[in-house]
Design a protein around this ligand. Structure first.
Ligand code: NFS
Length: 649
């Protein structure tokens, strides 16, 4: 390969041996990976890191320095830092919500009978969602309800003079606070437009006012766009239930045709999962010398296909190039988000064909086969045939698949947790609330987000999760964080139980849930919001999300989507610990607002803490503070009951 940055010395890029093994191989073969490019970028721009570089207008670009404390227009560091954060939130919200819009389009198409390949797989979820939004279900067919629901979801994107209707999924008190703070969004697209307008040159200059607009936009992500994406996926493809599978590069097969699905939208991967069992295609694969067809995933498409079909996961974000470097991938199918442009260069070193499938995303150097959901099955078959044809071109002498793969259990939707906790006859969160109230579970934490070459890959996810469960805290995971922990056995109930604190272990044993629950892809962080809401509604733990002994953490995040997620958690009243800060170091005021003053505004706040052990300590301290406020840490005196009191009980 040419025109690559210099190859750097191999150190341990990850705590995952499979990743390190492949990085060594890449270096030996003069192939550059994300870590080499990261090294070539060093030292990274301090103005960018501090958030004080502004190129919003063309009098600039401006940078704030001790000598030049203002940009050409007069904007100071506070305004510039706040505006830059807002634009990240807008981009993150746009990504999740546009993903949601695609799924609404598919739901509508299915409701109108325009695609025979997709069905409504979960009519119960459809009807429950319809009831949530006052859509009539009696005497109506699934298609009629789905059409009205899809049309209703479409209205949530445009501007309205009412707050977004999906916000009412949140606790009442929280909705009231959002309205009081004037941060209840009234349209996904209009919230994004408002942020872009307010951050435009010469509009909103107050960093406080700007940051509040960012929270409003982020709420349009978590409680609207992402919630819509998750709901539509469940209705169309099935609400996840616990499922076993395997994870890491070792799930690639040296005998089967390997097809990797990478990106975020589940519509095509769903069809690939179905088509990979097609008898004709299997026979065709065998005729070419393969023993079968292996569809496996990377990033959040992987999480979607895992949750609903038990498809194996090849790896998380930083493993996408390494998967191709195994020399065993016939086709990598990409759609949107987290797809590195470098994949085309890496795949050119092998027989791998990179196929880009989204109408809005093209990879340079990839073949474009734009996916059409109306002919979903045929499109999936075409891609599988392409992979089978390519199997013959695989150079067996260059195949290098690490041995590493690990078992995992995923599929913990709220619906599944309800059933597991409540048993067959009564769906309830009660056993979880009781365990939190009596202190056997201290609290619940969502560990989410990406991997990032700035941090030894997977290390912070795994360490933080281990430290939390050791402290008797139940952990909910999504995205690449879940994949990281899965690689280290933390998503097998047996292994995680062995690492959990005594009382958490005892509860998990009795109610039959593992201490680390994989809840899905990153849009499924909306499931974490709903889990917190369900705990609150079950009763005994306060009246608002900010009362709960809960927190969120993204120890290795990198994406603008993570910025939006962090902000909607904070806007929802939740304490959020990031492994490295937002780009705020250039503004003490914005930093203080986000890390301190915000608690008095939304009840949530940010913390930056790179050390996972200290992060766990801080989270536990926050949880204990909430428990004290709820007065559930007060030891109840054991009192012998007389007969009358027993009867009353
Ligand atoms: Ni989330 Fe999922 Fe991973 Fe980060 Fe990217 S795949 S949407 S952004 S890198 S967790």
């Amino acid at each position: 390969m040419s025109a690559h940055p210099p190859i750097i010395a191999v150190q341990d890029k990850s705590i995952d041996p499979a990743t390190n093994e492949m990085v060594v191989l890449a270096n030996d073969n003069q192939m550059s990976t994300v870590w080499d490019r990261f090294a070539a970028q060093k030292p990274q721009c301090k103005f960018g890191t501090d958030g004080i570089c502004c190129k919003i207008c063309h009098m600039g670009p401006c940078r704030i320095t001790p000598k030049a404390k203002l940009g050409v227009c007069g904007a100071d560091a506070d305004t510039i830092v706040a505006r830059n954060i807002l634009r990240e939130i807008a981009a993150g919200t746009a990504a999740h919500s546009d993903h949601g819009r695609m799924l609404v389009r598919t739901l509508k198409m299915v409701a109108q009978g325009k695609s025979a390949d997709y069905q409504i797989k979960d009519p119960e979820r459809l009807r429950n969602a319809a009831l949530d939004f006052d859509i009539k279900i009696e005497g109506r067919t699934d298609s009629e309800i789905a059409l009205e629901l899809a049309n209703f979801f479409m209205t949530q994107f445009a501007w309205s003079d009412e707050p977004n209707a999906t916000l009412k999924l949140a606790p009442k008190k929280r909705q009231e606070l959002w309205e009081k703070l004037e941060i209840a969004p009234s349209g996904i697209d209009s919230s994004i437009v408002e942020v872009m307008h307010r951050t435009n040159m010469g509009v909103d200059h107050s960093y406080r006012h700007l940051i509040m607009a960012g929270l409003k936009c982020s709420l349009a992500d978590g409680w609207v766009g992402s919630a819509i994406a998750t709901t539509c996926s469940d209705i169309l493809f099935g609400t996840p239930k616990p499922v076993r599978s395997r994870v890491n590069l070792g799930v690639l097969s040296d005998e089967k045709v390997n097809i990797i699905v990478h990106g975020h939208e589940p519509t095509l991967s769903e069809m690939l999962a179905v088509a990979s069992g097609d008898e004709e295609l299997l026979a065709y694969a065998k005729s070419k010398g393969a023993t079968g067809i292996n569809v496996a995933g990377i990033c959040c498409t992987a999480n979607e296909a895992l949750m609903r079909h038990g498809l194996p996961i090849v790896g998380n974000f930083l493993q996408q190039e390494l998967a191709i470097i195994t020399g065993a991938v016939e086709v990598m199918v990409v759609d949107v988000q987290c797809v590195m442009p470098s994949l085309a260069q890496v795949s050119k070193c092998f027989h791998t064909e990179l196929v880009s499938t989204s109408e809005i995303a093209q990879s340079m150097g990839a073949e474009q086969i734009t996916f059409d959901a109306k002919a979903g099955y045929e499109c999936a078959c075409q891609l599988i045939r392409k992979a089978i044809d390519n199997f013959e071109r695989r150079d067996k002498t260059r195949v290098h698949i690490p041995n590493e793969s690990m078992e995992l259990v995923a599929g913990f939707s709220n619906e599944a947790i309800f059933q597991m906790l409540g048993g067959q006859f009564r769906s309830t969160f009660r056993p979880l609330n009781d365990a939190i109230i009596d202190g056997r579970i201290r609290g619940v934490v969502g560990v989410v987000g990406c991997t990032n070459p700035k941090i030894q890959s997977d290390s912070a996810h795994v360490k933080l999760t281990e430290e939390l469960i050791k402290r008797n805290i139940l952990v909910l995971e999504t995205g690449c964080a879940a994949i990281a922990c899965a690689k280290f056995g933390l998503l097998t109930p047996e292994a995680a139980l062995a690492k959990a604190g005594d009382t958490l272990r005892e509860v998990c044993d009795v109610v039959g849930i593992p201490p680390v629950l994989h809840m899905g892809s990153c849009v499924d962080n909306s499931r974490i919001l709903m889990a917190a809401t369900n705990v609150l509604l079950e009763g005994g733990l306060g009246e608002d999300l900010s009362d709960l002994p809960v927190a969120g953490a993204a120890p290795e995040w990198m994406s603008e989507k993570a910025v939006a997620i962090g902000n909607y958690f904070v806007a929802s009243g939740i304490y959020v610990v990031l492994g490295h800060p937002l780009y705020v170091a250039g503004s003490e005021n914005v930093d203080r607002l986000l890390r301190e003053e915000m608690e008095g505004i939304t009840g949530g706040k940010f913390e930056w803490e790179p050390d996972p052990v200290l992060a766990a300590d801080k989270i536990l301290a926050h949880i204990e503070k909430k428990r004290d406020a709820l007065r559930i840490n007060v030891k109840k005196e054991r009192k012998a009951l007389d007969m009358k009191e027993r009867r009353a009980l």
